[in-house]
Design a protein around this ligand. Sequence first.
Ligand code: UDP
Length: 270
Amino acid sequence: MKKRTASNGKQDVHGGNIGSTDAIPTVDILGISIHQLTRRELLQLLRERLEQELTTWLVTVNAELVVRAGDDSAVASALEKADLRVADGAGVVWAARALRDVELERLPGVEIAEELVKWAAEEGLKVYFLGAEPGVAEAAVGQLCHRYPGFVTAGCRHGYFTEMEKEDILEEIKGAEPDILLVALGAPRQELWLAEHQGELSVPVAVGVGGTFDVWAGRVKRAPAWMGDAGLEWLFRLIVQPWRVRRMLALPRFVQRVIKEKYTGRRSEK
Ligand code: UDP
């Protein structure tokens, strides 16, 4: 496999060059810096970095993940290590507006992943799918091949592996030489996994995509666009996946922390 330049340590990126992430403005949301990119700019940047043989690890950050990072320093440093962090959900967009008067575009992981698949189909790039329950990634690939003729997968592997199987998975991904790696282990598991392995794998574009394979495979429905636009995607998920209620308790905590920082200038403890 052609060794690409990992830019996680920033030492390989020449600030201000085309393809560099250093020159992109960021907005700080409770200690997590989010890159201010539109969908077009993000896709353009990924193309440029791929052409320059720079690897890019992208995280789409939602409110839940910001709260997790605030509670767990391992998650915070994983996010810090990523090359790009963009706003996945309405909560982060709202916080950027409330705290910094900055307008961010919402770039949900599932939509970015679909843009990558479309791009891959057009350019003949290979995509590897890691994650979700056995059979789901394969079903997702089946749907995508139908939607995007010419789409080629580099391989699939479910996300319920043991510690013992980890090495085998890494070897399989390296051997498959994907251009794009989609990791659907759920947040923050996928971010911690990529923090540990993306340096070694050196896949040109790697993204944690949460429940995206379930959506593609038709197992989980996405909120209708109007609910997403109204910032109500969380409510839809709560209705269709009521077991998420515990995780969603992070949302009021996110709001509380943003309000505290806005009005006191101080960041909350846990
Ligand atoms: N998952 C996995 N391995 C695990 C735990 C979860 O592959 O050990 C998968 C799960 O099957 C689902 C995805 O990770 O496809 C998580 O989806 P969710 O919608 O919860 O994503 P999040 O909201 O965490 O981004």
